[in-house]
Design a protein around this ligand. Structure first.
Ligand code: PLP
Length: 407
């Protein structure tokens, strides 16, 4: 029965041990095919912000598919739901008046931003600005540009050169961006890509003042600042729609996906500040770029229903509550001899960093035996990024599961 090739897996192990099959979900819980219940510590891959089993989103998608599933967003085509979503997102954008370019997911959003940054400088008569810069530990999806830009060596190895014009700097020191500018010249650098919180690379919060400083450096040197908010967008950073809003980053480009639809159907969006869009909206220029399913009407309907839920149930406040609750309730785990540290305190995001990184994968299975579904990010960082509907009592239950699993 193993025709399915899983991503990021040793398929020999999956063949031997079998897959973990999620049959259904409800709120902060998922259920396997034997109907065993697990607290979903990660909200899938960081996306089920409104929780599992929302019939309202399913109904909105079904109604849209009955009208028209999708047509196209190339040329002058589009659909009402897609237009409505673009207006709504632009109104939430950290930079007022942003334009919205829809994609099929986060990796598409990154590729779109990397290409647009270069095209923008070309339009401005500066075609030598082609280099894109990322950080160690960073994850920017799995398309070629994103893989090359990101800073997880294992993900980049054994392909030959993925992309010539990509550079990696240290993840936590703005001086390393200045050093790169000194070395190769700002006149060759198109953009700097920055996850406000390092996510898949191990869940590392930005050092105090880091984001403001790299933002300042980019502005000073005419380097586009791309906030990769695929994880942090749509409320994952407590109390605000985007980390860029909370930290007043005003990104030139902002990449999103995941929480846009809470993962009910695939969709991504790139937010483009007005001054970047301007040369393309002035007329006489085509940007020859786009995806068949970019702005898919069914996905747009899911996103609109998802945003309705976030607003109606004040889920940005719930995410802020989880920021405080996770910080407080996970702290005692740091005392455990098998735990090196707990990273938390910004958004509904935390990591229980195991002392021995080799214990990450076995710990995923041990946690399941204690009713918790998590995953190992980076080097043995057990990921915690629950849906915003997880209650404080459920956080207690999750911490209990971790405590028992640690033994
Ligand atoms: N950027 C970041 C920060 C991500 O965490 C991810 C996925 O986890 C991506 C981009 C790529 O998104 P996708 O997997 O939807 O292509």
């Amino acid at each position: 029965m193993n025709s399915l090739w899983h991503g990021f897996a040793d398929m020999g192990v999956v063949e031997r041990d079998g897959a973990f099959v999620v049959a259904r979900g409800e709120g902060a819980y998922i259920y396997d095919t034997a109907d065993n219940r697990y607290l979903d510590a990660t909200a899938g891959l960081w996306f089920t912000n409104v929780g599992h089993g929302r019939a309202e989103i399913a109904d909105a998608v079904a109604a849209q598919l009955r009208r028209v599933a999708h047509y196209s967003n190339f040329g002058d085509f589009t659909e009402p739901a897609t237009q409505e979503l673009a207006e709504r997102l632009s109104a939430l954008a950290p930079v007022p008046g942003s334009k919205i370019f829809f994609t099929s997911g986060g990796s598409d959003s990154i590729d779109t931003a990397a290409k647009l940054a270069r095209r923008y400088w070309h339009e401005l008569g500066r075609p030598d600005k082609t280099i894109v810069v990322g950080r160690q530990k960073a994850y920017h999806g799995m398309h070629v540009a994103g893989t090359a830009l990101a800073g997880i060596p294992g993900n980049r190895e054994n392909y030959g050169e993925l992309m010539a014009d990509a550079r990696t700097i240290e993840w936590d020191d703005p001086k390393s961006l200045l050093a790169l500018i000194e070395e190769i010249g700002a006149e060759r650098i198109a953009a700097f890509f920055c996850e406000p919180i390092i996510g898949a690379g191990g869940i590392y919060l930005p050092p105090d003042g880091y984001l403001a400083e790299v933002r300042r450096i980019c502005r000073e040197h005419d380097i586009l600042f791309v906030a990769d908010e695929v994880v942090t967008g749509f409320g994952r950073i407590g109390g605000s729609w985007f980390a860029s809003s909370r930290f007043d980053l005003r990104p030139d480009l902002m990449t999103t996906a995941k929480g846009l639809t809470s993962g009910y159907v695939p969709m991504g969006a790139v937010f483009i500040a007005p001054h970047i869009a301007e040369p393309f909206f002035a007329g006489g220029v085509w940007w020859r770029h786009g995806y068949t399913y970019g702005g898919h009407a069914g996905a747009a309907a899911a996103a609109l229903a998802n945003l309705d839920i976030v607003e109606r149930e004040n889920l940005l406040d719930e995410s802020a509550r989880l920021e405080a609750t996770l910080h407080e309730k996970l702290a005692p785990l740091a005392e455990h001899p098998r735990v090196a540290e707990v990273r938390s305190g910004l958004g509904a995001v935390a990591a229980v960093q195991l002392a021995d990184s080799a214990e990450g994968l076995p710990m995923v299975k041990t946690l399941r035996a204690h009713g918790v579904s998590s995953r190992a990010a980076g080097q043995g960082a057990m990921q915690i990024s629950p849906s915003f509907v997880m209650t404080d009592a459920q956080v207690d239950e999750m911490v209990e599961g971790f405590t028992r699993a640690l033994g």
